[in-house]
Design a binder for this molecule. Structure first.
Ligand code: PLP
Length: 386
């Protein structure tokens, strides 16, 4: 076993070697510009894009022509929210809705639309277990609502949302439904048509693909959703994301999606078993360990635990050899406690003693045993020294 052991798969995932292989081969062999319609190099590069579009679409039940490649889920979220709001501004609906658990890449564009572009924003509060109750959200959606955005799986607490119910509820109110599926895509069975979801964001590096690549699904039929572009240029990606496509990264994203679908069930049962074993060990050997988020409606590899009385900064320093995190990767740098845990009603003291553990595709039983031993030792020592 090599240390440090990586257990932070909600922050990012390592590249799958099979994805790396596709990435490298594509970079070597298909350097043509996919827009070069006059020769074989362009055709070959364009074929790479079309295969990847099929693979991404298949993962979420979309049609290939509904997939746009972006630099990641942040850009996909911004394009979806700003793009739809601007395309429909002044046409009768002026309301936006999101949850209080959204990633900053949804929260911030929503805040921008509310503060600078005149939109009415309603924020639905999740219940204490991290679940956004569809009826609670539905009470905020009416004939003035243009767009609802709800994440499929939360990046800190792993809670899965009832996006199937929310899609139908939006459709009945005539509102569009956007889903940030950066954490859920490839890990949860998603079907945008069945769930009546109109836009969905995907990130390559959360599913064992490269960083800096992602996709946005935009429904083109029943309904046809109009998105105003954020950038202008050479017309690529149906004019919505101009600039020469990152062909090797797109090929790698496609392969990452293919693998995620093919291996999802086996991987989820393996991860859930390891995660449950880790939780049982910690709770058996340590008093006062609280699981944050829903106990069962959560990502298979995710735990978010509060160790009462143990400041997480000191815990992280004591956990040498183990890469875990305090809350989200985005928030852990600034020493602030998690707004997500606060939104669930977790006290500031307890939130400040919370650890996010994310197991992944290459995590072994041996690594989980190592993590359990390290955490039990560190928490016991820190509590004894109080
Ligand atoms: C990681 C993440 C993002 C941002 O994705 P990038 O591809 O890094 O831009 C957005 N939303 C959620 C829920 C995430 O976990």
């Amino acid at each position: 076993m090599k240390t440090p052991v990586y257990l932070d798969h909600q922050a990012t995932t390592p590249l799958d070697p099979r994805v790396l292989e596709v990435w490298q081969r594509t970079a070597r062999e298909h350097y043509g510009n996919p827009s070069s319609a006059g020769h074989a190099f362009g055709w070959a590069a364009n074929k790479v894009l079309e295969l990847a579009r099929e693979q991404v679409a298949a993962m979420i039940g979309a049609a290939p022509d509904e997939i746009l490649f972006t630099s990641g889920a942040t850009e996909a979220n911004n394009l979806a929210l700003l793009g739809v709001a601007r395309a429909y501004a002044g046409r009768g609906r002026d309301g936006l809705v999101c949850s209080n658990l959204e990633h900053p890449a949804v929260r911030q564009p929503m805040a921008h639309l509310a503060n600078k572009e005149g939109w009415r924003l309603d924020v639905v509060a999740a219940a204490e277990d991290g679940v956004v109750v569809p009826e609670t959200l539905g009470a905020l959606v009416d004939e003035r609502t243009l767009l609802v955005s709800l994440m499929a799986a939360q990046n800190e607490i792993g809670t899965l949302q009832m996006i199937n119910e929310v899609g139908g509820l939006c459709r009945r109110a005539g509102a569009f439904c956007h889903v940030d599926a950066a954490q859920a895509a490839g890990r949860v069975d998603l079907d945008v048509k069945r769930a009546q979801i109109d836009l969905m964001s995907i990130s390559g590096h959360k599913i064992y693909g490269p960083k800096g690549i992602g996709a946005l699904y935009v429904s083109r039929r029943d309904p046809r959703v109009t998105v105003a572009p954020l950038m202008f240029g050479g017309g690529q990606e149906r004019d919505l994301r101009p600039g020469t496509q990152n062909v090797p990264a797109i090929a790698a994203l496609g392969e990452a999606c293919r693998l995620a679908v093919a291996e999802r069930e086996a991987e989820n049962s393996r991860l859930a078993a390891m995660r449950d074993r880790l939780l049982q060990t910690l709770q058996a050997q340590l008093p006062d360990v609280q699981l944050n988020g829903h106990p069962t409606q959560r990502l298979a590899g995710n735990l978010n635990l509060s160790f009462g009385g143990v400041p997480v900064g000191r815990l992280l320093s004591a956990l040498s050899g183990l890469a875990v995190s305090a809350g989200s990767a985005c928030a852990s740098g600034d020493g602030q406690s998690s707004p997500v845990l606060a939104a669930l009603g977790v006290s500031p003291e307890l939130a400040a003693s919370s650890l996010r553990i994310g197991l992944g595709r290459f995590t072994t039983d041996e690594e989980v045993d190592f993590a359990a031993e390290k955490i039990v030792g560190a928490v016991s020592r820190l509590r004894a020294s109080r």
